[in-house]
Design a protein around this ligand. Structure first.
Ligand SMILES: [Zn+2]
Ligand SMILES: [Zn+2]
Length: 168
C-alpha cells in the first residue's frame, strides 16, 4: 500500500518499502510504465501541522521504444525525491515541490507524486543498442537484422544510368 492514514502519520513516521505495479490505476495509458513494477523505498513523516515530508526513491526499468528501430527496449530509472505534502491553505502551496492534500482528507496517497517523479526521471529517448542501425528509410526493414537490399538497388540503378549517359 502506498496510501497512508494521516492520523497515524501524525504520531508515527511510515517506513516505505513497496512495489508500485505497472498495472496500478495511477498510470495513464500513454505513460512510460515500469517493467512489471517500480520499487519505492523511503520515509514519510509529519513535518508540522497538516504537513508531511517524503524522502525516498523510486527505481525500476522502464519499457520504451527504441527511437531508431522502434523495437521494445529498456532503460533503468532511479530517482531520489524530497517532497512536501501540505493541506490546502498552506502558504507554500505554490511551490512546485509541494503537493496539495485535499481538505479534510484522511489518507495521504503517495502514488500520484511517485508517478510524476517517475515520468520526470524516465528518459524520453532510448536506443536498443548504442549503434542501432535503425530502419531503412525506403522499405522500413530493420537494418540490425542485416542489409535490406535497397542500397544495392540504388547503387545498381546509378550504375545503369551513368552507363546510359556514357553511351548517348
Ligand atoms: Zn534500435
Ligand atoms: Zn530497404
Amino acid at each position: 500500500m502506498l496510501s497512508f492514514d494521516i492520523r497515524s502519520l501524525e504520531s508515527h513516521a511510515a517506513v516505505v518499502d513497496e512495489a508500485l505495479s505497472a498495472n496500478d490505476p495511477v498510470w495513464q495509458s500513454d505513460d512510460p510504465k515500469p517493467d512489471g513494477a517500480a520499487h519505492v523505498s523511503g520515509r514519510l513523516s509529519a513535518a508540522g501541522p497538516g504537513r508531511f515530508y517524503w524522502h525516498g526513491r523510486i527505481e525500476g526499468d522502464v519499457v520504451l521504444e527504441c527511437s531508431r528501430c522502434l523495437s521494445e527496449t529498456r532503460a533503468h530509472v532511479s530517482d531520489e525525491a524530497h517532497l512536501i505534502f501540505a493541506e490546502a491553505g498552506d502558504e507554500d502551496i505554490d511551490d512546485p515541490d509541494v503537493y496539495q492534500l485535499d481538505a479534510h482528507t484522511t489518507e495521504l496517497d503517495l502514488r500520484p507524486a511517485l508517478r510524476e517523479e517517475w515520468l520526470l526521471a524516465a528518459p524520453a529517448f532510448a536506443l536498443c543498442q548504442e549503434d542501432c542501425k535503425g530502419l531503412c528509410a525506403r522499405c522500413g526493414a530493420d537494418l540490425n537484422a542485416g542489409p535490406c537490399g535497397c542500397e544495392d538497388a540504388v547503387r545498381g540503378s546509378h550504375a545503369r544510368s551513368s552507363h546510359l549517359h556514357r553511351s548517348r
